[in-house]
Design a protein around this ligand. Structure first.
Ligand code: HEM
Length: 399
């Protein structure tokens, strides 16, 4: 459907600086009505206090079928892909799906990956160090997490590039909403690939995550084949399309603040705290979707059953009512209650992995390329068009 009244997401000012728009909306109203690029109406929640309450409100659901009749594409997606993974499920399905996948993401297992992630990060720098310049996204921020998650899943190295093309196509389709026909089309090759990989691992199990998910059990339950396909695709996409933005957006913020860059270089022990500020300030994921399962109120405003809400994590993270001077990047502040990984039952399962990858990525760049600086101007930067995720298309740097 052609939308004759473009919404916030199509506004050029928003694409360049969403935070200015969020500040305007936050001051103006608790619930801001707009439209998605395909014309569907959404209500945006931007204030920190309202976003926290909404994330913990079980009446706001993720599976659209629990809120209203879904459209044709959504039903197809549901059966093929998104209906069977935890990110789009509500309890009790969510509880079971998350439990079955969570063993592999416990911090103690993730910590064991430190050496292999460090090796990958150094190999990526080895390839470019003599050049004196690179595209930080293409040459480093993207290949690092995709290598980590594909290795975890046990995808052969020869298929890594193909994997990235597919997941990029899903992301590039503009929205991760299961209502979108574009997402449905892009996801098919990945579904077929994962189906084959799962069948292979059933016959010949290894010590990879796919084999682990096949055998995982909880209350005599195991993941069905559609659930396995859906969960592995979720992990693939969630596992690298977000972390690339942490590294890219976070390094952009750091390079724009040379004094903090220098201080961090001299104080590497502070890196874990600095990563939290990069997550808060630079927001790899800008928003999450929810649907009202009943008629209800948010911030005193009546909401009808079936309403599509977008909780803007990035706007909440920049809310001065929660954090003084929130629009300022300051790696010395130790504020862990940010929203970058969401809150409530859908809190990011991969947060320990994302933090570790972010920490190793920044540590490797500081250590190996201490003279790193931007090789472009801020006005020439271009951003990918996805609504939910915010990340740079490229980030030219030199040293
Ligand atoms: C900086 C990187 C990352 C960010 C900012 C991020 C952010 C998020 C957010 C905001 C959610 C919650 C969505 C919601 O409330 O609707 C989420 C969920 C999730 N993330 Fe991450 N994520 C990152 C990295 C990862 C990684 C590396 C993995 C795994 C390999 C991962 C796996 C997941 C999964 C499985 C869920 C669904 C959890 C559930 O629904 O219970 N994420 N992530």
């Amino acid at each position: 459907m052609k939308n004759n009244n473009p919404g916030l997401y199509e506004n050029a000012v928003y694409r360049v600086n969403p935070y200015a728009e969020y500040a305007r909306i936050r001051a103006q109203t608790p619930l801001f009505p707009t439209t998605m690029p395909d014309g569907t109406p959404v209500l945006l929640v931007t204030r920190y206090a309202d976003v926290v309450l909404a994330l913990k409100d079980s009446r706001l659901v993720k599976n659209i079928n629990n809120a209203r009749a879904a459209n044709r594409w959504s039903r197809l997606m549901q059966s093929l892909f998104s209906g069977s993974n935890m990110l789009r499920a509500d309890p009790p399905d969510h509880t079971r799906l998350r439990k079955l996948a969570s063993e592999a993401f416990k911090p103690k297992y993730i910590a064991q990956m430190r050496d292999s992630i460090t090796t990958t990060a150094n190999q990526l720098i080895d390839r470019v160090v003599a050049r004196g310049q690179m595209d930080l996204i293409r040459d480093f921020a993207l290949p690092l997490p995709i290598t980590v998650i594909t290795q975890m899943l046990g995808v052969p190295t020869s298929d890594h590039a193909k994997f990235h093309v597919w997941s990029n196509a899903i992301i590039a389709s503009g929205t991760l909403s299961s209502e979108s026909p574009v997402v449905g089309r892009q996801v098919l090759p990945l579904v077929l690939y994962m189906r084959k990989l799962i069948a292979q691992r059933r016959k010949n199990p290894g010590d990879d995550l796919v084999s682990q998910l096949i055998t995982a059990s909880y209350d005599d339950n195991k993941l069905s084949d559609p659930e396995l396909i859906s969960t592995t695709i979720l992990l693939l996409i969630a596992g690298h399309e977000t972390t690339v933005n942490l590294i890219g957006n976070g390094m952009l913020a750091l390079m724009q603040h040379p004094a903090q860059y220098k201080w961090l270089h001299q104080t590497p022990g502070h890196l874990p705290v600095a990563i939290e500020e990069m997550l808060r300030f630079a927001n790899p994921v800008h928003l999450v979707n929810r649907y009202a399962s009943v008629d209800m109120e948010i911030a005193g405003v009546p909401i009808a059953r079936g309403t599509h809400l977008q909780l803007i994590l990035a706007a909440a993270n920049h809310d001065d009512h929660w954090l003084p001077d929130a629009a300022t990047f300051d790696i010395t502040r130790d504020e862990a209650k940010h929203m970058a990984f969401s809150q409530g039952i859908h809190y990011c399962l991969g947060a320990p992995l994302a933090r570790l990858e972010g920490e190793i990525a920044v540590a490797t760049l500081l250590d190996r390329l201490p003279q790193l600086q931007m090789d472009t101007t801020i006005v020439d930067l271009t951003w990918r068009s996805t609504i939910e995720l915010r990340g740079l298309k490229e980030l030219p740097v030199k040293w």
